[in-house]
Design a protein around this ligand. Sequence first.
Ligand code: LLP
Length: 430
Amino acid sequence: TGTLKINENNHLEIGGMDTAALAAKYGTPLYVYDVAQIRSKCRQFKAAFEKNDFSYQVAYASKAFSVLAIYQLIQEEGCSVDVVSGGELYTALKAGFPAEKIHFHGNNKTVAELTLALENKVGCIIVDNFYEIDLLNALTKERNQRVAVQLRTAPGINAHTHEYITTGQRDSKFGFDLENGQIDQAIQKVLENPLFDLIGVHCHIGSQIFETEAFTHTVDKMIGLLASWRDKYGYTAKVLNLGGGFGIRYTEADEPKEISDIIDAVCQEVVQKTGEYDYPVPEIWIEPGRSIVGDAGITLYETGSEKDIPGIRNYLAVDGGMSDNIRPALYDAAYTAVIANRATEPAEETYSIAGKCCESGDMLIWDIPLPKVNQKDILAVFSTGAYGYSMANNYNRIPRPAVVFVEDGEDALVVKRETYEDLIHLDQLI
Ligand code: LLP
């Protein structure tokens, strides 16, 4: 991660702050985000498009981490956001995020959610299916309100990533199928309603993708589609939205490409393909989530019980687990970690880091070499900034951790730690 350092006390530092001090101040488990790293990622995406002289929008996919403070920060960086539910939309609006820079996603948006989006005049609705076209037809007519829309397609691209997080292949619940004439039927329906301003087409091929070719392939396919629409319907798109999915490093095994290299390749492909079809170069929109916040975040835990099964495994438990990071249990996701209060001590033992939930699958890291761990050491797990807090839950009635932002040697609490009282807040006795 960008600004991780080890200080003179042999403690891990993030954004100029001592992690052991942060753990002492706020308690554990604790999510800590390096704000400078988030800003840097936003700027890298934008700079790459500017270097290529492209019109673009970088929309942060806020499902990766959705709290008031991140919307503020993303707005400061001049990016847009994508939201996928009424709840994310509400949070963005409450943070003062400009509605015209909010893009609304989802494969089963409700009437209430679509109404909220229309009432607040969001910048664009990404229409996923025929049911939604019908709902929006009715709502726009009822309200006599124009709305900018994009049509989402499943481009049939197979990016090599975990099965549960690939979305671009044909067999997917998202978007209109490219074959069977479904996408053509969709555009015809949309073009019939003068209250729809069809600004372009959307696709998203998956998450944690390392292969640049997966993106350039998608460009080819989408521009082919747009060219066919021009020929068939006289429709020219303003926007090609390529979604998110840019991979990050979780462990040494991951080798993400530089952001600028991927965007360069995408822009070059767009220029080449539009040239082939003599099609005007569209604005390129992207929706990075993980790559904006993922490696900006770490989680601090306190170590506790140990169970050493000689010759088999040494389990070391921490005070969180699948309640604050469900990704290892759900996707076999791999992470790496250090003992933050003794950051340079050589590894002596192999531990498997267990959570505290009543479930055998509640493991955070299998077989990681660490120095001999004491109780109440601070374990820092890296790259937990995406889909950590946003997928956190109260399994076993474990309160969700606090979230802290650090920047320029200062820390700010952006989400309070949940209390036991919070846990029963919505319950009612019979
Ligand atoms: N745009 C669309 C339409 C998406 O469906 C997604 C992610 C993104 C953008 C952002 O993708 P990213 O840049 O973050 O890869 N919970 C899983 C990831 C699910 C991603 C779902 N869609 C995980 O923890 O790995």
